[in-house]
Ligand binder design. Structure first.
Ligand code: MN
Length: 219
């Protein structure tokens, strides 16, 4: 798999119907095959005539766009963010929900939020509070501290100097066919299919001494 132009729409790591009954098969088809595909295709189109940008990874593109002319930087940021955020979202879901946070991550969650239930409540509240389209995230900061934040549209925590561990997509296309306008019901269902193995792996990456190199501007 190459993490630069031309970007591919990687297959889901599970079957389209694997997240039933929490997320329905049709939603997964549309979300992956139409919405994410559109971000991939648009991003490739934007990079078509820019050989310098074609060698960059998604993360590099996302962290570079603010230095480009807005006419090209803004659409690249939106579409690279769309690819990055959706890949992250699909990977942090699993039909075989794992046990939960690793002992190390659980301690970090307890330090930041008091206990796991308080973390879940705060995260769910953040997800509900996103006005319009966007995401809620659990992120790790430069001092390795955990926090919850929300991003609008296809903005990412990377440009805020935060490394993502967990995310929920709260654009209506992520849940409207099954949950209609009831975002809170979708968020409740979503907790059943969090891929904690993925989240734990992100936390381990984040705790590596050189992790900040790419995510905190020194790339
Ligand atoms: Mn989406």
């Amino acid at each position: 798999m190459s993490d630069h132009y031309p970007f591919e729409n990687l297959p889901l790591p599970y079957a389209y119907d694997a997240l039933e009954p929490y997320i329905d098969e049709q939603t997964m088809h549309l979300h992956h095959d139409k919405h994410l595909q559109n971000y991939v295709d648009t991003l490739n189109g934007l990079l078509k005539d820019s050989p310098y940008l074609q060698t960059m990874s998604l993360v590099q593109l996302i962290c570079t766009t603010s230095r480009l002319r807005p006419q090209i930087g803004i659409p690249i940021a939106r579409n690279a963010g769309g690819v990055y955020n959706h890949r992250f979202y699909f990977n942090n879901l699993s039909p075989t929900s794992s046990a939960g946070p690793s002992p190390d991550l659980l301690v970090a969650i307890q330090c930041a939020f008091g206990n796991f239930t308080a973390f879940q409540e705060k995260f769910s509240h953040a997800a509900k509070s996103v006005f319009g389209s966007g995401y809620a995230w659990l992120v790790c900061g430069p001092q390795k501290e955990l926090s919850i934040l929300t991003t609008a549209n296809q903005e990412t925590p990377l440009t805020l100097g935060r490394y993502p561990l967990l995310t929920i997509d709260v654009w209506e296309h992520a849940y409207y066919l099954k949950h209609y306008n009831k975002r809170a019901d979708y968020i409740k269902d979503w907790w059943n299919i969090v891929n904690w193995d993925w989240v734990n792996a992100q936390y381990m990456l984040c705790m590596k001494p050189n992790c900040g190199k790419i995510f905190w501007g020194d790339y």
